[in-house]
Design a protein around this ligand. Sequence first.
Ligand SMILES: *Cc1c(COP(=O)(O)O)cnc(C)c1O
Length: 375
Amino acid sequence: MSKPIYVTQPYLPSLEELIPYLETIWNNKILTNCGPFHQQLEKALCKYLGVEHIALFTNATIALITALQALRITGEVITTPYSFVATSHSLLWNGIKPVFVDIDPNTLNLDPKKIEAAITTQTTAIMPVHCYGHPCDVDAIQKIADNYNLKVIYDAAHAFGVQCHCGSILNHGDLSVLSFHATKVFNTFEGGAIVCPDAKTKLRIDQLKNFGFVDETIVVAPGINGKMSEFNAALGLLQLKYVDQALARRKEIDTTYRKCLKNIKGIRCLNDAGEKIANYSFFPILVEADYPISRDDLYNKLKSSGIHPRRYFYPLISEFPMYRGLPSAHSDNLPVATAVAQQVLCLPIYPDLDRAVVHEITCFISTQSMCLQSK
Ligand SMILES: *Cc1c(COP(=O)(O)O)cnc(C)c1O
């Protein structure tokens, strides 16, 4: 293979289509501070995603930090070790102690059966992740939250456009946070958003993301600067026109991978969305003990042949130096996450990925297994 193939590649509309948006910005000279493109994108996303209120942000990490501030979360928050490190970092930036709970072996999301045992008098919230865009068990989590009077903030960075039994997955919990980073299904280069349940909450979040300003002279909270610029909002409006097309392409690739990898011993595909509306943002496989070579050997071999999969999520968040001293970070407390982090490999998936390359990748994985078995 000539050009290296990475795990993801952003989907970009043509430059010609971007020019009119730039002309508008240049003509009206509004660059930020919740200008017309910012307002348009909020409306368009509410409609597309099937939610009532959205507050756009400069990125999802600032949005997570602000979501915790908005709900005045303190003390301890129950969360998953199996995620991108920003999930837990948002807790540390608020002086909150993360409490790691193990994941479910099938969904790789926070295991609701294990949450209750981790609740203490200090616990104020749960921060689950819809990992790879696969919906958490939102009903079970809400039931626990209601019983113990806890807030629920979903890190929905992977869950753009994902639906569950009752519409958008983003309508669950107290708040959900989206990421529009370049590597995500829908991107604004950098960007993010908080899905809010009501206008009052959105107003508070809009104040917090703008230094706490209510009007020219009144500041009601020690807010931050989390605003999305007009340029990023324009990119979002442009990308939104193509997102259905991009999702359809991802779905095709997902189907091909599943078909071609189905009968390979020791390779397990995850999270078949079935009839549910998924976003195919990742294609994780688990390289299990009965595959002839280890996950890391497969990873290195693929890399030497120009394919660059990623070991999301390895290492676990709980293994990083700022977390590993926590009692809940011990691997004995997290057996499923610890095992999965050693087995997972996310294969390339993005709208422009060539069909032939998908076949080459699956052939490569299946011949590794044949070569070694016949020895
Ligand atoms: C990408 C990601 C984030 C951070 O998003 P940014 O927009 O880059 O700040 C947070 N959580 C998860 C699970 C992510 O995948």
